[in-house]
Write a protein of this length. Structure first.
Length: 188
């Protein structure tokens, strides 16, 4: 697979929160390879229990968030917010999961809350080609051209709900504009 990374110059000199669309199981390892080593990726907790994937994701420094248990998920979120406040750069897929059908899903607010509380800029990233390389119904990758495009950073949002929502929607709009897939929230 050919991988092209564009826009690395958009990464701020310090730490930031990179948010990207999510189309495939390839997205996490791809972003780990595309971004500098100081990024930790936020991954759904279920992946920690997948034998080989969980092992590999732990080895690359992933941060797991439990989505099924609210109490544990809250503790995980607090841990990640603390790491962001300490200057840990984060990579997040704010859709939370991916689907076989192309289209950008609704974004969850966690990454944007972390950016607001830690005062970190948000860098939208567009991943293209991973859905074709390994779609949701396949276990074997197919040849594909993959591109990661980092977009200009958004300023840290104020730590208040309207500013966090505005940052979330601005990042989503920037990704949607460059993605080449439909808006999956239309018709909701």
């Amino acid at each position: 697979m050919r991988v092209k990374v564009e826009g690395l110059h958009h990464l701020p000199a310090g730490t930031c929160v990179v948010v990207a669309n999510h189309s495939s199981y390839l997205d996490g390892p791809l972003m780990h390879a595309a971004l500098p080593a100081h990024f930790a990726f936020v991954i759904k907790g279920e992946m920690a229990r997948v034998p080989l994937a969980g092992f590999l994701l732990r080895r690359i420094g992933s941060e797991f968030v439990e989505r099924q248990n609210r109490h544990r998920g809250g503790r995980d979120a607090q841990r990640i917010l603390g790491k962001a406040a300490e200057g840990q750069a984060l990579g997040v897929f704010p859709e939370g999961t991916f689907f076989a059908t192309p289209g950008l899903q609704k974004f969850q607010s966690g990454a944007f809350l972390a950016a607001a509380r830690a005062g970190l800029p948000i860098v939208p990233a567009v991943i293209r080609g991973t859905r074709q390389a390994l779609d949701a119904n396949s276990w074997l990758p197919a040849p594909a051209r993959i591109t990661v495009e980092l977009l200009p950073p958004l300023p840290p949002p104020a730590n208040e709900k309207p500013a966090i929502i505005a940052a979330r929607e601005a990042a989503r709009a920037a990704i949607l504009e460059r993605l080449g897939e439909p808006d999956a929230t239309k018709g909701e």
